[in-house]
Design a binder for this molecule. Structure first.
Ligand SMILES: [Zn+2]
Ligand SMILES: [Zn+2]
Length: 497
């Protein structure tokens, strides 16, 4: 092609890209700010009702989101000038440990006391108005994206806040041809999901009497799981009671104490109790000092039940203690009782150790995908070791057996708390190791009536499996740390067998 032909083509392309195809980011942001009534908006408060679903606590990784807590009298207030966000609601929910529902409060505050915490601060910028305000001052870029015959302007910008790895947290907003923000995304570091996608979807927009556009429906999801579906009834711009709305709410009926101070910078965490191995039988150790793990010695390796409790540091301490108690043998198998994130957040350390992770088969795909995700925001043992998770699934039963030991894994069927629950049975020692199905009642507490469902389900399953055992080991150590016998668990149900 000669130059004379090329020149007009370039001119034409230039014309299209600046006017029709690629709008500048500032144009897109200015038009959206105008359409949504964001100009002159320094703060906003909105109210409604919604739900909080606990992340990583669902009955199944494939089913409904985690336990639901209804958020009544929901209010979120955002201050864009001195960036701050307060979300508050009244709750009424049964404690996870069982018993009757209790009235409570939900408060989540982002302010100067936790200015470095993106998990809280992101609420200001994830909102459709905060997204546009941030975009206007943070060198935003834009690209058009067409899918299903619909074109959205995708605006991206980087927050001033940096992740633990020194990476700026990114925000991406999707703006439609009505100049309305339909969705905003960011990424937050997470022990299981790695760089976890946080998405807020905004639909059913309404215009208030001040000309402010607000979405009547907000659905926030994390790592692909819905965590906060909220219906918004109304919104107000620059509320005169801003300072009051930014305070946490108190439980109704409680005397108003002095206004709570802004949360202080987090104190240094108390040093965790050391992981300590306690011999239960020859080659069988209970490791205490946090979530309990049980190490079983085989001829040329160790099997560790609940290897990944709490966090990476705890998992490392537990694995080191298992190898101290059973020297010169690798931890070949790391068994998870169930997928709940408080029981599995130490998984990066287990992956780095090179152990094979053993879970119920319904969790295999989930953990392979989550543990294989990028971890650019916060390096962990997976990113530093460069290792890949090796995961094996268990159906109803799996037996590990050699000359030294037999350990059997069984699936607990029909448990409301988790569909993937596994217990470990040691036939020679007559021990059952379990999580989350029975808590030793306090000395002065009566036997619960009605009985705790999880305990009933566990004992019925152990009876169905005809397991012969005398002792149980709980992943949550009793306080005080008394032995748990089959007879004491049955007595808590008012049964003798
Ligand atoms: Zn659980
Ligand atoms: Zn638990």
């Amino acid at each position: 092609m000669n130059c004379q032909k090329l020149f007009p083509v370039l001119l034409a392309l230039g014309f299209l890209s600046s006017n029709a195809w690629a709008q500048t980011a500032q144009t897109v942001i200015t038009e959206a700010a105008h359409a949504m009534g964001v100009n002159g908006l320094d703060s906003i408060t909105y109210y409604g009702a919604g739900t909080s679903f606990a992340l990583g606590q669902s009955a199944s990784v494939n089913g409904l989101p985690g336990p639901r807590t209804n958020l009544s009298d929901y209010r979120r207030t955002l201050d864009f000038v001195h960036p701050a966000a307060t979300t508050s609601a009244i709750t009424f929910a049964a404690p996870v440990t069982g018993g009757p529902a209790k009235l409570g409060v939900f408060n989540e505050l982002a302010n100067s006391g936790n200015a470095g915490n993106w998990g809280l601060q992101m609420q200001v910028w994830l909102s459709p108005w905060g997204f546009l305000k941030g975009a206007a001052t943070h060198n935003a870029t834009v690209a058009a994206q067409t899918a299903n015959n619909k074109t959205l302007q995708v605006v991206s910008w980087e927050s001033n806040l940096k992740s633990p790895a020194g990476v700026a947290y990114k925000l991406v907003g999707y703006i439609n041809d009505q100049h309305i923000v339909e969705r905003v995304e960011t990424w937050l570091e997470h022990p299981i999901h790695g760089d976890m996608l946080v998405q807020a979807n905004y639909t059913q927009y309404r215009r208030n009497h001040e000309g402010l556009m607000f979405p009547a429906m907000v659905i926030e999801s994390r790592g692909g799981q819905v965590v906060y579906p909220i219906q918004i009834f109304g919104a107000e711009r620059n509320p005169p009671q801003l300072a009051q709305y930014l305070q946490p709410v108190q439980l109704p009926g409680t005397a108003t104490a002095a206004a709570p101070a802004a949360p202080a910078a987090p104190a240094a965490p108390p040093s965790a109790p050391a992981a300590k191995a306690e011999k239960l039988a020859e080659g069988v150790y209970r490791i205490t000092g946090g979530y309990v793990a049980v190490a079983v010695e085989f001829s040329d390796h160790i099997l560790l039940f609940e290897a990944a409790g709490q966090n990476e540091a705890r998992a490392q301490a537990v694995m080191a203690e298992a190898k101290r108690a059973i020297p010169n043998k690798p931890i070949r198998y790391a068994v998870l009782s169930h997928h709940h994130f408080d029981h599995t957040s130490g998984l990066p350390a287990v992956v780095a150790e090179g152990s094979t992770i053993v879970v119920h088969e319904m969790d295999k795909e989930f953990f392979e995908k989550a543990l294989g995700a990028p971890r650019t925001l916060k390096p962990d043992a997976i990113s530093s070791s460069g290792k890949k998770a090796v995961i094996e699934g268990v159906g109803e039963k799996r037996v590990f057996k050699d000359a030294l030991h037999t350990a059997e894994l069984y699936h607990i069927q029909g448990l409301p708390h988790a569909e993937d629950m596994l217990v470990m049975y040691l036939p020679k020692e007559k021990i059952v190791v379990y999580a989350d199905m029975y808590n030793v009642p306090a000395a002065n507490e009566p036997v619960p009536n009605p009985p705790v469902v999880g305990t009933v389900v566990m004992m019925d399953n152990l009876a169905r499996l005809k397991l012969d055992f005398d002792t149980l080991v709980s992943i949550h150590a009793p306080n005080p740390d008394v032995p748990i016998t089959k007879a004491s668990v049955l007595a808590s149900l008012g049964r003798s067998k």
